[in-house]
Design a protein around this ligand. Sequence first.
Ligand code: HEM
Length: 155
Amino acid sequence: MLSFASLFETTAVSIMLWFKAFHVISVICWFAAIFYLPRLFVYHAMSEDTATRERFKIMERKLYRGIMTPSAVLTIIFGAIVYSYNPQYYMASAWMNVKLFCVALLLVYHFLCWQHLKLFRDDLNVRSHTYFRIFNEIPVFLLIFIVILVVVKPF
Ligand code: HEM
């Protein structure tokens, strides 16, 4: 028969797994937007007529405000909740500290996207489509690295 303490622990762990699931769902939504927004920048930088440019501005703004930023916030909130279940363990884990450093880099990238979006919005962008194609590759490396860190926990 389960004691009260072990029943409490089993329930706490299963609630934590729900938070972890929503953490991963938010990560997927964040990355869908983080991959798509710079792709829009590529086509926006190539576009030559005003009507097309105005359409890109709306798409970029809605993607950034409606999906990318809310998903980033939810990723951090759910990640912090999961972290709070065992802070001593995570604080002592090198893989988690490196992961959090990569998340900080990802937030810098997120902020840079916002800067580019504002330049496009004000018709001040001077970067070429080639620049945005290269810029678009940066989060791919961060994603691969972070997922390996949390799943393999190599150190
Ligand atoms: C401040 C932001 C974040 C915090 C505090 C955080 C925290 C956590 C914690 C504590 C876990 C449980 C790890 C374990 O015990 O196995 C976890 C799991 C995970 N995190 Fe994050 N995370 C954050 C951002 C991210 C980002 C940006 C990504 C993706 C690029 C990510 C991807 C994952 C994945 C895939 C798992 C599931 C690992 C597994 O259980 O197999 N996290 N996160």
